[in-house]
Design a protein around this ligand. Structure first.
Ligand code: GLN
Length: 454
């Protein structure tokens, strides 16, 4: 009830939610009854959970921020939602996002932007700005996001929250409306590292419904966070700092916050090691070919027949109806990427664009492998600037894309990443995040380090 009251009080300004559950209180009463009857419940039972609208749910519409799916009700729950419900977590509502998770500001939502609770004139990050804003504005204690090129970590950075992109394959993508299947990962957005670990423990692990799901036995990430909070895990930890990411690329207040966090790591016994990742600078270019290519294929299913919107065309052919539906149902950014993707995949251009991008992806994976031979984690500022103003970059897609320079490499390589708050920038007073990256399958390391620095 407290969270519903908070939503009623602030969400008119923040607009973190596209839909608020009308069954959450009944679910909470049910948890109370079970607890009163002596049932042994999960530690998170009864805790409300905000769910990014990219994840399908049976009891609330799932639109992925698009008009083409307005009002769409899924016949099944995404695996992460089903697991959360099974643990007694209560889906509180569906959160706003850039359409089909394409964007860094939530301004590409077909339902209007979300506002950053720290300053309502600024962006909450994207694509998962709704989830991060809901957590930052105390509308929900926990949220789920999806991260294809930074959509969990960058919103966490600009809202002062914690965001985790797990190792590719660590968390099921079943029931996540696909953006780019080789890059997408689902993960937690929370206010503390321990909260993220608790939620990750609930949603993670093998799922036979996701063919890329890893079969690993994962350690408890909550336990890793608790271990980190006890301290001394930083002693002797080798933290890599990338030579090719010079301070000049970052807002001065962001760079200073980053160096402040590094100094804190050092003072607790960590060793800062300069590493080289010469191909990182090509990450954005490769990503914005691979992502549109995969997205253009994934979005082909929105054909007016199988899902959502259908725009009738009197006397028209099936193709006319498809074209009219896609014209009306998709926003500009989605159309831009479909066109980019189909172009990059077309005969004659495939090798030059898509093929080259895949080679760059391999080089970035090799950069990570070489770096992790020498360091335990890599640290970067999570994004180049603090929250920018709504409207500032919406007409300049390249500026918007460049924002993802530090988050994209993790998705291209499949490695895990966490963004934790590193304080407020000393030039504009807005939240800044520090990102840690670890080798694939070493997610627990991120929870240990994050909790130690928190
Ligand atoms: N900003 C990136 C993009 O626009 C990230 C998207 C994401 O992680 N879903 O593609």
């Amino acid at each position: 009830q407290a969270h519903l009251d908070r939503i009623a009080a602030v969400d008119g300004d923040v607009h973190a939610f596209l839909h608020v559950s009308d069954t959450a209180l009944d679910a909470a009463a049910d948890i109370d009854r079970r607890r009163a009857a002596g049932e042994e419940l999960h530690a998170l039972a009864g805790v409300p959970l905000a769910v990014k609208d990219v994840l399908v749910t049976t009891d609330m519409p799932s639109t992925s921020g698009s008009k083409i799916l307005e009002g769409y009700l899924s016949p099944y729950d995404a695996t992460v939602v089903a697991r959360a419900r099974a643990a007694g977590l209560i889906p509180l509502g569906k959160t706003n996002m850039d359409e089909f998770a394409m964007g860094s500001s939530t301004e590409h939502s077909a339902y209007g932007p979300t506002h950053n609770p720290w300053d309502l004139d600024r962006i909450p990050g994207g694509s998962g700005g709704g989830s991060a804003a809901a957590v930052a504005a105390f509308e929900a204690p926990l949220a789920l996001g999806s991260d294809t090129g930074g959509s969990i970590r960058q919103p966490a950075h600009v809202t002062g929250t914690v965001g985790v992109k797990p190792t590719y394959g660590a968390v099921s993508r079943y029931g996540a409306i696909a953006l780019a299947s080789s890059l997408d990962q689902i993960g937690p957005v929370t206010r503390t590292v321990l909260d993220a670990g608790l939620l990750h423990d609930v949603i993670g692990g093998h799922d036979a419904n996701d063919s890329t799901s890893l079969t690993d036995a994962w350690p408890s990430f909550a336990a890793a966070a608790r271990e980190g909070a006890r301290g001394d895990v930083l002693k002797g930890l080798k933290v890599g700092v990338i030579r090719e990411l010079p301070d000049s690329g970052f807002q001065p207040g962001v760079a200073r916050s980053f160096h402040g966090a590094l100094a804190k790591l050092e003072s607790q016994g960590a060793e800062i090691v300069e590493i080289s990742a010469p191909h990182f600078e090509y990450g954005v270019a490769a990503y914005y070919l691979i992502l549109p290519a995969e997205a253009s294929s994934n979005l082909a299913k929105f054909d007016s027949v199988r899902f959502g919107l259908r725009v009738p065309v009197a006397g028209g052919t099936v193709e006319d109806v498809m074209a009219a539906t896609r014209e009306a149902g998709f926003g500009d950014e989605v159309k831009r990427r479909i066109i980019l993707g189909t172009y990059a995949l077309s005969a004659g251009y495939y090798d030059a664009y898509y093929g080259s991008a895949q080679k760059v992806r391999t080089l970035i994976q090799q950069d990570f492998a070489a770096a992790f031979a020498n360091v335990d984690v890599i640290a970067t500022p999570t994004a180049p600037t603090t929250a920018f103003r709504l409207g500032e970059r919406i007409d300049d897609p390249l500026q918007m894309y460049l924002n993802d320079v530090t988050t994209i490499p993790a998705n291209l390589a499949g490695v895990p990443g966490i963004s934790i708050p590193s304080g407020l920038a000393d030039d504009d007073g807005l939240p800044v995040g520090i990102q840690f990256l670890a080798p694939a399958r070493e997610d627990a390391r991120l929870y240990r380090v994050g909790a130690a620095l928190e």
